[in-house]
Design a protein around this ligand. Structure first.
Ligand SMILES: *[C@@H]1O[C@H](CO)[C@@H](O)[C@H](O)[C@H]1NC(C)=O
Length: 416
């Protein structure tokens, strides 16, 4: 006890000796403040930097981020010229849905699947529960896998609702009763891998389902890690509802997402989200089995794709890449070292902050050309458009996080 006190005293004594010699103690104090804190701050700063660098080098990286160089974004002109059409989006059933990703119509009613694991029927403005894909509790990162997350949905003429649930696999739900069975469970290996992130599906007239599995490593709840890692682990599976056989028909996709069939069912359109591309996979004809790029360098990251009744496809953009000047997302994707650093120390949903606040949906024709775009600068009305579904004279716009379904009158759009 005595020794430390003595040492302190000694130091203090030295200080007071100095002060004692001075006739202007205030000035001396000032001198001491300008000299020593600066040295101290340098030492502390250096030490922190050293420790941080050491920690950063030693810390294992929880991902294997790849470098990816985007082309310079397309100029926002012609069919991509900025407008405020999407800003007119009405907030339909606001407060009654959470993250309505996908939409289908059956016997005049609208159906959607939400972030709290529900499948909902929407008749007029009335929203009722059809069923759940998992079980509550819901609402957190921890509960999401057991809550369930219905993403892409399709319905057949009999009232079978097919659901790509991010955690439960490919489901078939009775659209009236909510009873469901699992067609492809998560623990089944297809081409050597269990599904990790079932995302969207399309069904053809013969009952064959094309299902995207977004990643080999990341679940939906780690979707930002999936985007930033940029590894081509996504694939498309083919499931025959008659034979119950499943096989893989496409792989090497960097975040396989929206899936749609061409009107004649001769090819499949698949969103490759992280690279801002749309792929075309030939199912029939002389090129059967081949994959082409239908559209590249989209102004944002494509989510679900749905046919338009007037030809072509609606594409929801989950995030926009940047509309003027600095394009942070592209810049980060081109630097693997920076991404490794981010993966080590940052929550990856921070990349959301890098995405500009801008709502954007586009329409492409069958040749992949962008023919129309609806913008909401500042994302005042809607952002993160995940799917555009034509129903009852309107475009209904799903969003993976909105608390409403976007609604735009097609007649009104025609008058613009
Ligand atoms: C859904 O369930 C109802 C009631 O059990 C049944 O009548 C109907 O056929 C079922 N629909 C389908 C598509 O299986």
């Amino acid at each position: 006890m005595e020794n430390p006190r003595q040492r302190k005293k000694g130091r203090k004594a030295g200080g007071s000796k100095e002060r004692g010699r001075s006739t202007k103690p205030v000035d001396n104090n000032h001198q001491a403040q300008t000299r020593s804190p600066c040295t101290l701050c340098l030492v502390v700063f250096g030490a922190i930097l050293g420790v941080l660098t050491a920690v950063l080098l030693i810390l294992p990286c929880p991902a294997d981020p790849q470098e990816y160089s985007f082309s310079d974004p397309r100029k926002l002109e012609g069919p991509l010229a900025p407008n405020t059409i999407l800003s007119r989006t009405e907030h339909f059933v606001e407060g009654k849905v959470i993250g309505p990703e996908s939409l289908v119509t059956y016997k005049g009613d609208l159906y959607t699947g939400t972030a709290d694991g529900k499948v909902l029927r929407i008749r007029g403005e009335e929203v009722t529960l059809v069923g759940r894909t998992g079980a509550p509790p819901c609402g957190t990162y921890e509960t999401e896998p057991t809550c369930g997350r219905p993403l892409g949905m399709r319905v057949d003429s009999l009232g079978n609702l097919y659901i790509a649930d991010a955690y439960m696999g490919l489901l078939k739900m009775n659209i009236s009763t909510g009873e469901h069975e699992t067609l492809i469970p998560m623990d089944v290996e297809v081409a050597g891998h269990k599904m990790m992130f079932p995302n969207d599906l399309a069904i053809d007239r013969d009952g064959v389902i094309y299902l995207s599995d977004s990643s080999l490593t990341w679940q939906r709840r780690d979707v930002f890690s999936l985007v930033m890692e940029m590894k081509p682990g996504g694939r498309v599976l083919r499931y025959d509802t008659k034979t119950k056989q499943v096989r893989q028909i496409m792989d090497g996709i960097t975040f396989a997402n929206g899936v749609e069939l061409s009107p004649d069912q001769s090819y499949l359109v698949v969103a490759e989200t992280s690279t801002a591309r749309i792929l075309k996979h030939h199912l029939r004809g002389e090129h059967a089995g081949r994959t082409d790029v239908l559209t590249d360098n989209l102004p944002g990251l494509p989510d679900n794709i749905r046919r338009s009744s007037r030809g072509g496809y609606w594409v929801g953009l989950a995030a926009t890449r940047g509309t003027n000047g600095l394009n942070i997302l592209d810049a980060v994707q081109a630097r693997a070292w920076l991404k490794r650093l981010m993966f080590k120390v940052l929550p990856m949903n921070l990349v959301l902050l890098a995405a500009p606040r801008y709502g954007l949906i586009v329409k492409i024709d069958e040749a992949g050309a962008i023919v129309a775009s609806y913008h909401d600068p500042g994302a005042k009305s809607i952002a993160g458009g995940s799917e555009i579904h034509e129903h009852d004279g309107h475009l209904y716009i799903g969003s993976y996080f909105a608390r409403f379904i976007g609604k735009l009158s097609i007649e009104e759009l025609d008058r613009l």
